[in-house]
Design a protein around this ligand. Sequence first.
Ligand code: ACO
Length: 402
Amino acid sequence: VIDIRKLYTQAGVFTYDPGFTSTASCDSTITYIDGEKGELLHRGYPIDQLAEKSHYLEVCYLLLYGDLPTAAELEDFESRVTKHTMVHEQMQYFYRGFRRDAHPMAIMVGVVGAMSAFYHDSTDINDPWQREVASIRMIAKMPTIAAWAYKYHIGQPFVYPRNDLDYASNFLRMCFAVPAEDYEVNPILARAMDRIFTLHADHEQNASTSTVRLASSSGANPFACIAAGIACLWGPAHGGANQACLEMLKEIGTPDRIPEFIARAKDKNDPFRLMGFGHRVYKNFDPRAKVMKQSADEVLDLLGIDDNPILQVAKELEKQALEDPYFAEKKLFPNVDFYSGIILEAMGFPTSMFTPIFAVSRTVGWISQWKEQQSDPAHKIGRPRQLYLGATRRDYVDIENR
Ligand code: ACO
């Protein structure tokens, strides 16, 4: 058997592939994407089937352990996750150190990074039991961490998790309930929230997941690795696109201004891009966007929203961009973030919460990939090479002679 990894390192050559457009950084058995066919499979199961028939925690189990759970396995998994939804009470002081107007993503990077200061019994990456506890903790606590970042941001008291609720309902309640007031979670909105979580659960070696793997390759603890992933996700070319997309729709404002923005997106001298359009891997359609679009229609229907100006702009922009030869030629289609922003806006989330919600969803993907990497004894520290284009050797010149 040829060991491909050895072959590469012994060959004495390296590839120059900025943006890693055609370089595999690892092998994995978790997620498969066929960009031409618009296919996304988790452990072999198509995403549209999972979005329709399954739910987020079952998909978490699938990603983490490789197979769909039996009823008993699922019950056990759900109860383990439920047990860990609280965050350490002292972490509240950490939140209070941030400025009130801090972006929730800034708070999340800090709070998740600081978890290793609170949960010492799950930072030993060489201990499979500690790895398991860290995984469950991350999945369980992320909705609480994100909801508290939001509550802090809007100046409301924190709402504690309620463990008789399902994952999505619990998150909605922690975001929207005000203590001492009744808050009933609408089951259709909870289902839509669960779908958003499910559709973002994993996406193989995207930028944030690769960041988690790179951080983890040095042996960093899981909380530090996930904080690195959150930081990377924040960028507008990745998870920040959902916020950027909604802000763009608001800036467009009315359908008559769409041609002006489409013209800007096509102008090579203008850095502006249509946010929520295009994808590195999907070149025909994003299978998650199809399900998300259907979910958006359901939510808007339920809430009786069809005259929202932002949604009118979104629908018209989608239509005009898809009819434009520039977008067809470059295979630019609405991606998952184009529609998720519309749903979250309709649910009442401010745009600043869009990327934190993406981070909650993607946590299981990051953790599954981290576990896979850590359980491979042959994994190496990630250390890319570079193509040096700077000055050749030269001698130091004393400051008075420069
Ligand atoms: N609007 C206008 N033109 C675009 C867009 C866009 N949204 N996206 C790509 N293009 C053009 C580029 O200008 C480029 O044109 P050129 O060949 O004439 O130079 C061509 O399409 C290819 O673009 P690249 O940037 O090389 O494609 P890449 O695969 O590197 O980028 C990306 C993919 C980052 C998603 C890009 O399409 C983009 O910036 N989209 C907007 C941001 C966005 O929605 N990101 C979310 C991604 S999905 C996710 O994270 C869940």
